[in-house]
Design a protein around this ligand. Structure first.
Ligand code: F6P
Length: 353
């Protein structure tokens, strides 16, 4: 077989470990591994070349992706996918591994509908917003990066008796904010899914700040983690809180830090490397056994969904099911999201003490 592999959408730490495993397993089992450059853009252009072992040796420790990645508006059109189909045929690609987030997996499903090439997706996105998989390649590293940044901020905030609002990535999904907030001892976490209005957020945080810096409590730092999808610009939030704090806690200052793309880079954690390897191994095996239009999922949350593999953590799930569940995750109505909101509501009074 000729097995193509591409990385698409926002890069995620661990993508390289995923590419390496796909290539190594393919070659070990007598297939050819073809690296497709710059995601679907490169696929539509036929920008691909065989991957040799010396190219993938030692890349697991690297962030980013050696294949390059892209977001493509053209691939979202039927004409774009036709170009991709033609290139797959022309280059005799029997199986394609798509490593990426929800948009990339939706693209994989749409391509599977028109192409004879068998397609397997591997979830890779720091946002952790892909349905039916408890995690995706990159999530663990991103959380660790946020926690490390917050720990550093805590050092300086404590020295100056300051409150910080730290904005983290996560587009429509608050997982990164919630998980890192718990680990970094945040006093409050703002996630998109809770859909609180601006005045309520300002009032609640204002009370939190007053209580925290009151003479009896005398906290030295307050850390508020805000997910980027919360529709209140961080600078506006800081401004409104400054007003509310000026008379109640004079001398206490508020600062903001937007971590942005810092969170997407860096050497992947051991967890991300191992998850990447186990998913990639199963993706290559799935292609060998004629599977098509599926995603390999890690630690599937819902019982009875998908097909078991030899790896107790990995299941094959039809991409159509993955995408349906992803919709619910993005709308904030999936059971996983509702559990997260419940967790936040239960822990909130303790965080804010
Ligand atoms: O989907 C991953 C992600 O990093 C989101 O958290 C973020 O909103 C988005 O990508 C940023 O995209 P770009 O790199 O295109 O600015």
């Amino acid at each position: 077989m000729r097995i193509g592999v591409l990385t698409s959408g926002g890069d995620a730490p661990g993508m390289n470990a995923t590419i390496r495993t796909v290539a190594k397993v393919a070659i070990a089992r007598g297939h050819e591994a073809i690296g497709i450059h710059n995601g679907y853009v490169g696929l539509m252009q036929g920008n691909m070349a065989p991957l040799v072992l010396s190219e993938v040796d030692g890349i697991s420790r690297l962030g980013g992706t050696i294949l390059g990645s892209a977001r493509s508006a053209e691939f979202r059109t039927a004409d774009g996918r036709e170009l991709a189909r033609e290139q797959l045929e022309l280059n005799e690609i029997d199986g394609l591994v798509v490593i990426g987030g929800n948009g990339s997996l939706a693209g994989a499903h749409a391509l599977a509908a028109v192409s004879k090439t068998r397609i397997v997706g591997i979830p890779a996105s720091i946002d952790n917003d892909i349905g039916h998989t408890r995690t995706a390649v990159g999530v663990d590293t991103a959380v660790n990066t946020i926690v490390e940044a917050c720990d550093r901020i805590t050092d300086t905030a404590t020295a100056h008796r300051r409150a910080f609002i730290v904005e983290v990535m996560g587009r429509d999904n608050g997982f990164l904010a919630l998980r890192s907030g718990l680990a970094a001892e945040a006093d409050a976490v703002l996630i998109t899914e809770r859909k609180l209005d601006e005045d309520t957020v300002v009032r609640q945080l204002g009370e939190l700040l007053k209580r925290s810096f009151a003479p009896g409590r005398m906290k030295r730092r307050v850390l508020i983690i805000k997910s980027e999808g919360v529709p209140i610009p961080t600078s506006i939030l800081v401004e409104r809180l400054r007003d509310s704090l000026s008379s109640d806690a004079p001398g206490v200052t508020i600062r903001e830090t937007v971590l942005g793309h810092v969170v997407r880079g860096g050497s992947p954690s051991q967890a991300d490397r191992v998850i990447a390897q186990r998913l990639a191994f199963n993706a290559a095996m799935a292609l060998e056994s004629d599977a098509d239009d599926i995603m390999v999922a890690w630690d599937v949350v819902t019982e009875g969904v998908g097909m078991m593999t030899d790896d107790p953590r990995v299941r094959w799930i039809p991409l159509s099911d993955v995408l349906k569940e992803t919709e619910l995750v993005l709308q904030g109505t999936s059971s996983v999201t509702l559990d997260r909101i419940r967790l936040l509501e239960r822990t909130e009074p303790v965080l804010a003490l």
